[in-house]
Design a protein around this ligand. Structure first.
Ligand SMILES: [Zn+2]
Length: 260
């Protein structure tokens, strides 16, 4: 019993060394997924995440959780920095990790926001959207996960609805990895800037990752204009992922700003 505090201290020190930064640590960045099984329905669903593991306690106890309902009339108009996306096509490797379809990115794709450079680490999909607007879901939401120089995390959310744009997404449909644990090199290299709408005003609030351990300290930017993607794309991705959206969380005393 005497050894326990020492072991714990050592473990904490090693954890600090492993992460090497003060920002939120999450498997979406580290690639090391939690060993505790979690999902989107039943006993492993979002209502139970906080009880599945002590490490997931923030899912129940956090006061700054994501996603949230973005209430148009409740957002505070603000002078917010413009978004400058420096994205281009890189490789076309996509992973089905059992929770989402994810592209891992290279260091040169980045976003300039608020006098800072934010490197795109990965991007992934949710069906339907996780954020809602005045209570309504979009068919799909893309999360572009960025990391700042000091380890802080900024996620850009893009809502997608059914339409006739982005027909290029259909080229890769037959090659998407359908089962958890599968990965694939797609025929067409994907350019994440293709997911950005022309209009770049956005909502901004302080939140969390939307998957366990639901780490807080995440800067959220959700673009106000949805993009239109083919119905066949939504049907195929929805068929692979099922519903992988965490329900919206209480805003508590946070403010949602709107501007850009
Ligand atoms: Zn996400």
């Amino acid at each position: 019993m005497i050894r326990s505090p020492v072991v714990l201290t050592l473990a904490a020190a090693l954890a600090t060394l492993a992460t090497g930064c003060a920002g939120p640590d999450h498997w979406y960045l580290s690639g090391e997924r939690p060993e505790v099984h979690w999902g989107y329905e039943g006993a492993e669903g979002p209502d139970h995440w906080g009880g599945l593991s002590r490490e997931f306690a923030l899912a129940d106890e956090g006061r700054s959780q994501s996603p949230v309902d973005l209430v148009t009339a409740g957002a505070e108009a603000a002078e917010l920095p413009a978004l400058t996306f420096r994205y281009h096509a890189t490789d076309a490797h996509v992973v089905n990790n059992g929770h989402t379809l994810q592209h891992d990115e290279h260091e040169d794709n980045h976003l300039l926001w608020g006098d800072e450079r934010w490197n795109l680490k990965q991007y992934h999909l949710h069906t339907p959207s996780e954020h809602t607007v005045d209570g309504f879901h979009a068919a799909c939401e893309l999360h572009l996960v960025h990391e700042g120089a000091d380890g802080r995390v900024l996620v850009v959310g893009v809502l997608a609805v059914a339409g006739e744009d982005h027909l290029e997404l259909l080229d890769n449909l037959p090659s998407l990895p359908a089962e958890g644990g599968e990965e694939a090199d797609l025929p067409v290299a994907h350019d994440p800037s293709g997911w950005l709408p022309d209009e770049r005003t956005y909502w901004n609030y302080d939140g969390s990752f939307t998957t366990p351990p639901c780490t807080e300290g995440v800067t959220w930017i959700v673009l106000r204009e949805p993009i239109a993607v083919p119905q066949a794309f939504l049907r195929a991705v929805g068929g692979i992922l099922g519903r992988n959206n965490r329900p919206t969380q209480p805003l508590n005393d946070r403010v949602v700003r709107v501007g850009g």
